[in-house]
Design a protein around this ligand. Structure first.
Ligand code: ASP
Ligand code: MG
Length: 421
């Protein structure tokens, strides 16, 4: 059993979807496979814009954006399928999804539910629709496959924006509803990113969460391996779009890969590695547009030496704390309170009088955290900063230029923070 994930970047247009049969024929055709797909291209961003317009009660704009999104999907369908089947599919999608989606958009403008749920109820359509298009296209190409709605499989606590998966309930669904499909089909198709809560409401797993979905499925199915087909193809020691000397990484351990994604490498969702590591399932990152090409293998083995690896994590909030009444600051206490509020600290530096943190967290949780700080400690919250990291720095490393507001050198890494220009 293999779990394969194909993201929205790969499925960005008709040519991207046409690549899918080649990819499927290139790898593990004899084994059972679960194919996990994301929404087409930038659909999730576009659905978010639609939800935002509806949230401002601008239904005119929401309608125009939704019409454009549907037209773009229809253009892709026309390129993929002969007229008769294209019309049939579009009819089906209208009945099953686009009409219901418009109702969700209208409902959001009246705000009858909490905004997080109302938005998620809109976002899930991206993956549902793309998986239907992929199914119709693969069938037209002679593949026989079963399709399943991932919301019936993955159950979460519904917490926004990154809910916690309820393992036992999800495993029971997978055993009862997914495993039996493999008795009649070698290939089963489902969606990444979408799930439900205990009240069966639709939720999403956090942006770019399809990798994570695929890893959860691999874990629950006890797969031999997971393959993440990527348009970038593999992991590099830096973003190859920025650094011309970026080197490909052929092998990494789970923890090395987790660290790289945690500090900002965009290629994998940071939550992906844990479910895989738990059952020692290797992850193969492979080039979608060159299925025979080399990728990156992520498994248990510690890889040494690695070249210096550069990452950046944008959009963090810089918090500076100063003790103004001579009482010593307690980093431990402040970090514990952050954790309790769901605030993630990516960078910490400090002593007894001043401290700095670069964190990710919602406005509300930051307000609550701040309210609990003792009166003699003064807190200031700064504009967004980027955390730059170099893992495994070598001797030739030059210090960052004047842009760094904080700099930290540890034995196996260097971090610095800079304001975002
Ligand atoms: N479509 C979702 C997003 O763009 C999930 C994913 O692509 O992994 O965030
Ligand atoms: Mg996407």
């Amino acid at each position: 059993m293999w779990v394969m994930k194909v993201g929205g970047g790969c499925l960005r247009d008709a040519a991207g979807i046409r690549q899918l049969p080649r990819v499927l024929n290139s790898a593990y055709g004899e084994s059972s496979r679960l194919l996990v797909v994301s929404a087409i291209g930038k659909t999730t961003n576009r659905l978010l814009q639609i939800a935002e317009a509806a949230g401002r009660s601008d239904l005119g704009l929401a309608d125009a954006l939704l019409t454009k999104l549907r037209d773009d999907h229809q253009a892709i369908i026309h390129e993929l399928l002969p007229d008769g089947s294209a019309h049939q599919l579009m009819h089906r999608l209208n009945e099953k999804y686009w009409t219901a989606l418009w109702q969700r958009v209208q409902a959001l403008s009246h705000l009858s539910e909490e905004i997080g749920y109302a938005t998620d109820a809109i976002l899930v359509y991206g993956e549902l629709i793309s998986s239907e298009i992929v199914k119709a296209y693969l069938e037209a190409q002679g593949f026989s496959l079963a399709w399943v709605d991932a919301r019936r499989l993955i159950v979460t606590d519904g917490y926004h924006p990154e809910p916690t998966v309820i393992q036992s309930a999800s495993q029971a669904n997978v055993d009862a509803q997914l495993v039996p499909l493999f008795r009649t089909h070698k290939l089963v198709l489902t969606q990444g990113y979408i799930a439900s809560d205990l009240r069966r409401r639709s939720v999403t797993l956090g942006r770019e969460g399809s990798d994570y979905s695929a890893a959860l499925f691999a874990n629950m199915l006890g797969a031999q391996g997971m393959i993440a087909w990527k348009d970038v193809g593999r992991l590099y020691s830096a973003d190859p779009n920025i650094y011309s000397d970026a080197q490909p990484l052929t092998e990494l351990s789970y923890s090395q890969a987790a660290e790289i994604t945690y500090y900002g490498a965009q290629i994998l969702h940071p939550r992906t590695l844990r479910p895989l590591r738990e059952r020692r399932i290797p992850l193969y990152v492979r080039p979608y547009f060159d299925p025979a090409g080399e990728g990156t293998i992520i498994a248990e083995k510690w890889v040494y030496p690695l070249p210096p690896i550069r990452t950046q994590r944008r959009g963090l909030i810089l918090i500076e704390v100063e003790s103004t009444d001579l009482s010593p600051l307690s980093l431990t206490e402040m970090l514990r309170d952050m954790e309790n509020e769901g605030i993630e600290a990516y960078f910490v530096q400090g002593g007894v009088r001043t401290a700095a943190f670069a964190v990710k967290g919602s406005q509300d949780s930051l307000e609550r955290w701040r309210a609990a700080i003792p009166a003699g400690w003064e807190v200031s919250v700064r504009q967004p900063v980027t955390l730059y990291t170099i893992l495994y720095p070598d001797a030739t490393l030059s210090s960052p230029n004047g842009e760094a507001i904080y700099f930290q050198r540890l034995p196996d890494r260097v971090h610095w923070l800079a304001y975002e220009g």
